[in-house]
Design a protein around this ligand. Structure first.
Ligand code: EZ4
Ligand code: CO
Length: 403
């Protein structure tokens, strides 16, 4: 039995903060798990170091499910992003170890490949419609089969999803939260012309996506979904906050535009009603924020029963360790939909050398045993943690609003 003999939390900032758990066994094999919670990184690092790592020493690294149940049930305090990111890191690292010991890539342990590759979507964004469509055109030339469109909104100084550096979007960019101003009316007017221009320039053979970032009420989302139907969007993401899952009933009553939600979900319970009532088409939970590969697999199997597919979150705050885990998961499960893919910076890729690759709009996790991702600890140590907050958002009259 491979016994856990050590476990360490590695915090590094190669352009942005990442928290990584490294679990070592007495057989010389180690595993990695991503534990990054954007803007709250040290809470998870401390949860792991203080409350999880001491419990791991001496355990059988092969008993992934048992360790998961130990950390979930044993904590008494269930769920929540901090707890679930910590559990995810352990779970992911143990899958990595199991794969390495078996000499198999993790997707083989999950049932083997259900497809040749994983369709990913890239982020096209710009200050205005022309700029955004030009960026989308560029993504199409790079081979992307699915592209997310986010444009600046006329009359608003800045908005989420529109980066300063067009190809490396990084929202957590300030030592203290910056403040953006939001107008639903201005935003709602700006989206249909964006899709109209994109269809005209890109044609109909590419999937177009859009992220609302929890900014609309259900009835507003219903209206926007209806307005966009003629442009056949692949999905509308995070149309409205989902704490109250019944919110999505109202959207569904008004539009056939497919709906995606859940990048901030941390448990199957966050999506129970959404899935059971088929209120969504894609669930966006991902490995690091939803309890690891083991829990996400359960969520996906439940979704499969209700015609809901996956669309894992894949922004830059999910480290290459999470990206690798997500790609193994995406390749294996039957009800995969699409995978978000925002490229990491060169600095990040150097800290986390990996086997996954992009080719012609599709990604593959590679065939290295385990996850196929490593950490260069020497290099990681050169980049010290730097506090970075996500922005906040206010209405034009100063009312605090959703980010
Ligand atoms: O705002 O990852 O779909 N992607 C997104 C991201 C999220 C960040 C938050 O941590 O909405 O840009
Ligand atoms: Co999103």
């Amino acid at each position: 039995m491979p016994r856990i003999i050590g476990s360490r939390v590695i915090v590094t900032c190669p352009g942005r903060n990442f928290v990584t758990l490294k679990i070592e066994t007495d057989e010389g094999v180690y595993g990695l798990g991503d534990a990054t919670l954007n803007g709250r990184e040290l809470a998870v690092a401390s949860y792991l170091a203080e409350h999880v790592v001491p419990c791991l020493i001496g355990r059988d690294a092969h008993r992934i499910e048992d360790v998961w149940q130990f950390l979930y049930r044993g904590a008494y305090w269930r769920r929540g992003p901090v707890t679930m990111a910590a559990i995810a890191a352990v779970d992911t690292a143990l899958w990595d170890i199991k794969g390495k010991l078996a000499g198999l890539p993790v997707y083989q342990l999950l049932g083997g490949a259900s497809r040749d590759g994983v369709m990913v979507y890239g982020h096209a964004n710009g200050r205005d419609i022309a700029d955004t469509v030009a960026a989308a055109q560029h993504y199409k030339e790079l081979g992307y089969k699915a592209i997310r469109l986010q444009s600046g909104v006329p009359g608003l100084a800045s908005t989420y999803g529109v980066s300063k550096d067009r190809y490396f979007y990084e929202p957590a960019d300030a030592d203290l939260p910056t403040e953006n101003v939001w107008s639903t009316e201005k935003y709602m007017r700006s989206v249909p012309p964006l899709f109209e221009a994109a269809r005209e320039a890109l044609g109909w053979d590419v999937h177009l996506l859009h992220d609302i970032h929890h900014r609309l009420t259900p009835i507003e989302a219903g209206r926007l979904g209806k307005d966009l139907e003629v442009y056949r969007p692949f999905w509308l993401e995070d149309a409205t906050p989902a704490e109250n899952q019944a919110n999505f009933r109202l959207i569904r009553q008004h539009t056939t535009t497919p709906l995606a939600v859940g990048e901030i979900f941390n448990s199957i319970w966050d999506a129970k009603q959404l899935i059971e009532e088929q209120l969504i088409d894609y669930v966006r939970a991902t490995v690091v924020h939803a309890g690891g590969i083991s829990h996400l697999k359960k969520l996906a199997s439940f979704a499969e029963l209700h015609n809901v597919r996956t669309g894992c979150h894949g922004a830059t705050d999910l480290s290459p360790v999470c990206m690798a885990a997500a790609l193994h998961f995406d390749l294996a499960i039957p009800n995969f939909g699409v995978q978000e893919y925002m490229r990491h910076t060169e600095e990040t890729d150097a800290v986390f050398p990996h086997a996954y690759r992009f080719e012609d709009g599709m990604m593959h996790p590679g065939d290295a045993p385990g996850l196929g991702v490593d950490i260069n600890e020497k290099l990681a140590a050169k980049y010290e943690y730097k506090r970075a907050f996500l922005p906040v958002n206010r209405l034009e009259d100063g009312t605090m609003f959703n980010w």
